[in-house]
Design a protein around this ligand. Structure first.
Ligand SMILES: [Zn+2]
Length: 92
């Protein structure tokens, strides 16, 4: 089966993870725009023809992108080494 990126229509997609139970889902990543999706997500997230038009990208859009935003530094907190489930609001 040929798979294309829902966001930019690139036909080079890499499988980056698979479900522990074989054949249930895969996580795919576009080699061009880095969009990632799980194969079990809704069609509007996994199919180019149903992906929202306002969020679609072209090669020209990617060529003109000034930079990829960096990941901000971690917020201070307990060094437990695992997620706590708490979501912090950056605006507060
Ligand atoms: Zn893409």
């Amino acid at each position: 089966m040929t798979c294309i990126c829902p966001r930019c229509a690139c036909d080079t997609v890499t499988t980056v993870a698979t479900s522990p139970v074989h054949g249930v889902w895969d996580v795919l990543q576009c080699d061009r725009c880095r969009y990632m999706w799980r194969t079990t997500e809704p069609d509007r997230r996994t199919r180019r023809d149903l992906y929202p038009a306002e969020f679609r990208l072209t090669q020209a859009d990617l060529d003109d992108a000034p930079e990829v935003p960096s990941v901000p530094p971690r917020l201070p907190g307990p060094a437990t080494g695992r997620a706590t489930g708490t979501i912090r609001n950056a605006a507060s």
